[in-house]
Design a protein around this ligand. Structure first.
Ligand code: ADP
Length: 472
């Protein structure tokens, strides 16, 4: 290596020495001849000229050689410096040309390697930055970063979506000047004050609604206990809270529904034991009440069990080909007695004698029983209940239409909720559990069907059930 690197230098120095020796010899000769007595004045002048010219040539040659030598060494160093300047500016693609194997070449190679490493490092950093940004933006939660002086430094898309804010109004602003929610400002202040993690569930008013958030505030403390700021993460738990509330309501409702018949049975039994049983008329009346209440209790428990079975994760329909026409006829026969007891005209029409669909026969029977018995229950004596079956090609439609009490428009979406009753007393009298339509809704959905309700208060209701002929 050293041999190659020093070669130009040695060559150059040798060259200079040769030139110098040559010139020295010439110079000596000339000086010697200059002092010869025999020389005339004009010859001496000539020699002086030759001396001066050769001296001048020597100096020029030396200067040229030195310049070349300097250029040979400074050019690659300059190129390397230029690349270093470009790297400092952030242009990591800059490279220097390497056409020699000496020290300058090594410098160029080293600079190029440095540039390559820097480029690689920046690429990795950019990739990590992209991943981090993607993660922050799509983490499915709101995020806000506040620096140690209280200035907001980052808000992600989740936060923007939740609070519908403009990042321009937020970034580099003091958090207590831009955050409207007092509870939130308080939570941030708590993290600053206590330097501890704070976790709270907040009900935050947003535009026209209030939503529940699980807010997690973390102090960011760097090395040497240097405060870097506060990070807040918002998880929207409104749906979870609703679910929790529904569950609580359900337990309360079930307890209430069970308590009523049990209290009644207990009360009548106690009265009987206290002596009322000695009166045969009272005995019979009370016993029939007890029987009615225990039947109600039984149907309530059956419906509850049914509902919980349907709502189980692994619930599966037993799908088979069935004739809806026949199924509806069977249900009508089953409920005819109930309709006759109220003098209700129960009518069934169908546009075909046989209509095959794929479904769970027992579950669909339950759906039709619930819909038709509701129509009978909520229709005054002497009214009409019409059941119409139509073939719609890929679907079939069953209309259950009554001339009964009807349902108010704003109550229609609620009647499919568990235990929701428009008229509590009427429902109880008819032996209703308040779960019939909830069961219907679940079963229809399980069949990938659809149910709509049309109703007019005082005039009657129509439940329209649409089922696919081949639900999977
Ligand atoms: P219930 O056991 O009380 O009948 P459902 O879930 O079957 O419970 O029905 C819920 C409520 O919807 C009923 O209490 C009743 O107020 C209303 N409803 C259902 N069907 C009809 C109908 N055909 N006409 C009028 N109201 C109805």
């Amino acid at each position: 290596m050293t041999k190659f690197r020093t070669k130009p230098l040695i060559t150059l120095i040798t060259l200079i020495i040769i030139v110098l020796i040559g010139i020295g010899i010439l110079f000596g000769q000339l000086v010697q001849s200059y002092f010869l007595e025999s020389l005339v004045e004009s010859q001496k002048v000539k020699i002086l000229w030759i001396l001066s010219i050769s001296l001048g040539i020597t100096i020029i040659v030396i200067i040229l050689l030195v310049i070349r030598m300097a250029a040979m060494y400074t050019k690659p160093i300059k190129a390397a410096t230029d690349v270093a300047i470009e790297l400092a500016k952030g242009n990591y693609r800059a490279r220097t040309k390497i056409d020699r194997l000496d020290e300058a070449g090594m410098l160029g190679t080293a600079i190029n390697r440095l540039a390559e490493n820097l480029q690689e490092l920046v690429k990795v950093q950019e990739m990590q930055q992209d991943r981090l940004s993607a993660l922050i933006e799509n983490m499915g939660a709101g995020l806000i970063l506040i620096d140690s002086r209280g200035y907001i430094k980052l808000i992600n898309r989740g936060y923007i979506d939740i609070f519908q804010v403009n990042p321009k109004d937020y970034l580099d602003k003091l958090y207590y000047e831009v955050i409207d929610q007092e509870e939130l400002r308080q939570l941030i202040a708590d993290v600053f004050r206590t330097e501890q993690k704070v976790r709270k569930q907040l009900l935050i008013p947003l535009r026209i609604e209030r939503r529940f958030f699980d807010v997690y505030g973390v102090p960011i403390i760097g090395s040497n206990h240097v405060w870097k700021g506060v990070l807040l993460v918002f998880h929207d738990i409104t749906e979870l809270k609703k679910l929790e509330q529904t569950r609580k309501d359900f337990v309360a409702n079930v307890s209430h529904e069970l308590k009523t018949p049990v209290t009644s049975i207990k009360g009548f039994a106690e009265t009987l034991m206290d002596g009322a049983m000695n009166n045969p008329e009272t005995l019979e009346a009370f016993l029939s009440i007890i029987l009615k209440e225990s039947e109600r209790l039984q149907s309530l428990i059956e419906d509850l069990l049914e509902l919980s079975k349907i709502e189980q994760q692994g619930f599966r329909l037993n799908l088979k080909q069935l004739d809806v026409n026949k199924l509806l006829k069977d249900v009508i026969t089953l409920l005819n007695g109930k309709a006759q007891a109220k003098n209700i005209h129960l009518d069934f029409t169908s546009d075909s004698k046989q209509l095959m669909i794929k479904g769970d026969i027992d579950r669909l029977k339950q759906v039709f029983i619930n819909l038709i018995s509701n129509a009978i229950n909520y229709t005054p004596d002497g009214g009409d209940v019409k059941v119409v079956l139509t073939d719609g090609g890929e679907n079939i439609t069953v209309h259950v239409k009554d001339s009964g009490v009807g349902i108010k428009q704003d109550e229609i979406p609620r009647i499919f909720e568990r235990f929701y009753r428009v008229d509590r007393a009427r429902s109880r009298n008819s032996g209703g559990t308040g779960l019939g339509l909830a069961i219907v809704k679940h079963l229809v959905e399980a069949h990938q069907g659809n149910i709509i309700v049309r109703s007019e208060l005082g005039k009657g209701s129509e439940f329209i059930l649409e089922l696919k002929k081949s639900s999977e």
